[in-house]
Design a protein. Sequence first.
Length: 85
Amino acid sequence: MGWNSSHLHQFSLGEQRFMPPDLGFPEPGVLDDRKHKLRRLLKQGDRLRYIYDLGDCWQHVIAAEAVEPAEVAGTWGEVLAGARA
């Protein structure tokens, strides 16, 4: 998507929220996004909301259409489609 983590961001999965920790202003119940992997959080059919730049609020929905074993090791996912790029 071209984002490079230069703005505050947040992932939401149901009631769970994940974002970089703010040691000066910690939010109760918010999990450190660096310590959680999508492959462990998402099951087939799950939808994850991703907000990039909490000021401008660029919102994305990430849908896990299929969860399959990878043929190679890595930390990537495959984008199948997008709208209003």
